[in-house]
Design a protein around this ligand. Structure first.
Ligand code: ATP
Ligand code: MG
Length: 169
């Protein structure tokens, strides 16, 4: 099964992000990520076996994650997949440390895939017609977090859908 570790936004923030996604979609087209799928990926694990998944669920359920606040104050894009996202204009040391800690543990589970660069972001559009966010309002949002989740991703023709398998304590 296809898994990743993520932060999910609290309900009010999910609404604000949805509004940004609407504004982005109106200007740039593409496929707007539905509100229920908005997230920040901390680690993409890819395909794992059922045996590994059981171990990961148990690990995440017992994992303690330091709480924090992530500031989202900028737009960004990944050109090739046509992704338009919101994130921080400057690196977030707490998220960087969390991401490194997670990969240290994941490698202990025998998983590979630690990225060379971690760019925390929330994807709002995929396959956008334009990636020019200059006319969009500058975001200024705070994301308070206390838990991470282990998500399973199901691929569909109209985009992936996710289910939560575990949440940190
Ligand atoms: P789809 O690929 O069907 O358009 P998706 O990208 O949302 O949808 P997944 O590919 O399962 O679904 O990815 C789940 C999460 O992991 C997403 O946040 C995605 O950006 C991220 N992700 C996927 N592949 C990688 C990768 N190779 N490296 C880093 N993050 C990834
Ligand atoms: Mg993908």
């Amino acid at each position: 099964m296809r898994l990743f570790l993520a932060l999910v936004p609290p309900p009010e923030l999910r609404e604000r992000l949805g509004e940004l996604a609407d504004a982005a979609h109106a200007c740039c087209g593409g496929r707007r990520i539905p509100d229920e799928s908005l997230h920040l990926t901390l680690a993409f694990l890819g395909e794992v076996s059922d045996v590994q998944a059981v171990k990961l669920v148990d690990w995440v359920n017992h994992l303690a994650v330091p709480s924090g606040e992530w500031r989202l104050d900028g737009w960004g894009h990944f050109r090739r997949p046509g992704i338009l996202w919101v994130g921080g204009q400057s690196p977030d040391p707490a998220l960087d440390i969390l991401q490194r800690r997670l990969w240290d543990a994941l490698e202990g589970f025998g998983l590979a895939g630690r990225p060379t660069r971690f760019v925390p972001h929330v994807t709002l559009l995929r396959r956008a017609d334009s990636l020019d966010a200059d006319n969009l309002p500058t975001p200024d949002l705070i994301w308070p977090y206390r838990h991470l989740v282990l998500m399973r991703s199901f691929t569909h023709d109209d985009g992936a859908r996710y289910t939560t398998l575990a949440r940190s304590s």
